[in-house]
Design a protein around this ligand. Sequence first.
Ligand code: NAP
Length: 286
Amino acid sequence: MKATLIDGAVIARKLLDRLRPRIAALGARGITPGLAAILVGDNAASEVYVRNKVRACSDLGLKSEVHRLGEKCTEAELITVIEKLNHDPLIHGVLLQLPLPRHLDAERTTACISAAKDVDGFSWENLGALVAGHPRLAPCTALGVMAMIEHEGIAVEGANAVVVGRSVAVGKPTALMLIARGATVTVCTSKTRDLARHTRDAEIVVVAVGKPGTVTGPMLKPGAAGFDVGINRLADGKIAGDVDFVSASAVASRITPVPGGVGRMTVAALMANTVTAAEQFLARRS
Ligand code: NAP
């Protein structure tokens, strides 16, 4: 079998195009959705991610701001910036680009972002809503994977799905969304004894680990759909996912590439969350 490529660029563009009438409707009510990104220190990868988000805002006609803080900034300084943005009526979404310098606590500072503006969906309030089955602003990468699954018409109800990785940012919310759609979900971690035993039983495999080659072709069930969330910079400077693309695409029926796969969807889902946050702002104001 030769897997069909699930093209993140194409699916993301469709998702973004579906936002345009919603953005126009907000514009007619005098609102331009606004996203503020906070960037602490000088992490090169974070610079790229924030640049991509700013570009996506500009392509859609959304307002965007980047607030830069020095590598040595204190937690109090960071929280002051977050609180100012929480109260800024022209900003509907606030995101704190991770990772932070080691002396700053990501969980504590992220928790300071108002749930109504938490477009990354990492606040306990928004995660709790997802657990309860009433999602509000949900984590973007998980939303992106689910949008790809929907676009491809992959049957989720009754399917066996494996999510490799249990981070709050990706693994757990993806598992919750698959559960909500009726999949039987297994979550594997670094402690899982025999990863292949689980992945070989799944029609849907989502891998969010951060280690190249975590899942290979022989670990997949023939015909499975593979979603590779990982972004790893190799020694030769190239970017690779967590799935061994060559061997996996010989076994899977569909597979996402890296780059050009899930990453595009994450940014598109962030745009969708920002528009949703602006709509909710308007609903509260009306
Ligand atoms: P993370 O917080 O470091 O979590 C990694 C998870 O992988 C942990 O739950 C860990 O298990 C598990 N793990 C580690 N080694 C494993 C192994 N050998 N077998 C099975 N599970 C293993 O990372 P993350 O934030 O979820 O990100 C994961 C990857 O996705 C990274 O490469 C990141 O750059 C990328 N990413 C991409 C996007 C995108 O838009 N494409 C978005 C976010 C993240 P334990 O909990 O037991 O340690």
